[in-house]
Design a binder for this molecule. Structure first.
Ligand SMILES: Nc1nc2c(ncn2[C@@H]2O[C@H](COP(=O)(O)OP(=O)(O)OP(=O)(O)O)[C@@H](O)[C@H]2O)c(=O)[nH]1
Ligand SMILES: [Zn+2]
Length: 301
């Protein structure tokens, strides 16, 4: 049951963020653009209450964050339900990127899914097959083409089921093309923004678009190269692809095992018997080292 909103207070969502201004979509269908402090911490997807003179941020269901290359934590989007990792036969994406986005999504309680775009190009079916082998079926995988429209109906259905989603992926895999294919009105909105005197620099704007087929999509430039993961190093094994499954079956001798050289380690055993690849284990160690180094920097060591 929804509580009645007292007069003067209006509930809504942040659907666009321009840095010092945010656009609110109220639950009653109205829109309003209001100024915010640059460091307000509000992000697209935030539920808010507008008091007529001030914006109150409501509790977040989920929050996706990243660390920038300087170790500063940045919030990307709030209340996401799903995160699609867009891949293509060209340009190729390092496996480490996919693993890191999976860790970021899972640890933030956001459901990840894999989108192989450019299904019209040779190599896309092979890529999908490789990804199924590497990442199993713990998350959905769809083969789509923003260009031909292939696979867009199953993708729309998935987005409608999940709720609010965003697309992550390296430059050139087709995130913008997919967004435009899924929401034809998006171009129009970007055009309208440029006319509104904000300048044509739309690439730094984050937007939330409701899809006619159900669900919504958040487009934010922060998803392009987002690989650094914002979690405690001790949590990494629980989220790293392939590790959680192994650790679910059996436990290491030490509860706080980091799976490096500790005796009685389930992960090292899996490595020895070939059920975990040396490459994946190496990428786990690299990410663990990075997270530990970041924690040491934060403690001022
Ligand atoms: N063949 C083919 N090309 C596509 C498809 N989708 C996108 N492209 C092309 O891939 C290139 C990159 O597409 P974008 O949508 O700009 O990629 P992006 O991921 O948004 O890239 P950034 O904005 O740099 O992060 C463009 O030349 C698109 O025309 C597709 O389904 N098939
Ligand atoms: Zn272990």
């Amino acid at each position: 049951m929804t509580m009645p909103v007292p007069p003067g207070r209006r509930h809504g969502r942040i659907v666009r963020h321009y840095g010092v201004e945010v656009r609110l979509a109220f639950d009653d269908g109205d829109f309003l653009t209001v100024r915010v402090k640059r460091n307000s911490g509000h992000v697209v997807g935030d539920r808010v209450c507008w008091h007529g003179d001030r914006l109150e941020r409501l509790e977040r269901r989920t929050l996706l964050q990243r660390q920038d290359p300087f170790g500063k934590v940045r919030s990307l989007a709030a209340n996401l339900d799903g995160l699609g990792i867009v891949l293509a036969p060209q340009p190729t994406t390092p496996v480490a990127f996919i693993e890191r986005v999976l860790v970021a999504a899972r640890s933030a309680a956001i459901a990840p899914f894999l989108l192989v775009n450019k299904a019209d190009l040779a190599g896309s079916a092979v890529l999908a097959q490789q990804l199924r082998q590497q990442f199993g079926d713990t998350q959905p995988l769809l083969l789509v083409s923003a260009l031909s429209g292939a696979g867009l109906t199953p993708l729309r259905d998935l987005l409608a089921t999940l709720g609010c989603c965003a697309l992550a992926g390296q430059s050139g895999v087709g995130k913008s093309a997919l967004l435009n294919a899924l929401c034809p009105g998006l171009d129009l909105q970007v055009g309208e923004l440029a006319e509104g005197g904000q300048g044509g620099h739309t690439s730094s704007v984050s937007t939330l678009v409701d899809l006619a087929s159900g669900g919504s999509l958040i487009d934010t430039p922060g998803f392009r190269d987002f690989a650094p993961v914002q979690i405690a190093s001790a949590e990494l094994p629980g989220w790293f692809p392939g590790f959680a499954e192994l650790l679910h079956q059996r436990a290491c001798r030490f509860r706080d095992c980091r799976h490096r050289q500790e005796p009685g380690c389930v992960i090292r055993q899996a490595l020895a018997d070939g059920s975990l690849s040396a490459e994946r284990y190496g990428r786990y160690l690299a990410l663990l080292d990075e997270l530990e180094a970041a924690e040491q920097r934060q403690r001022g060591w």
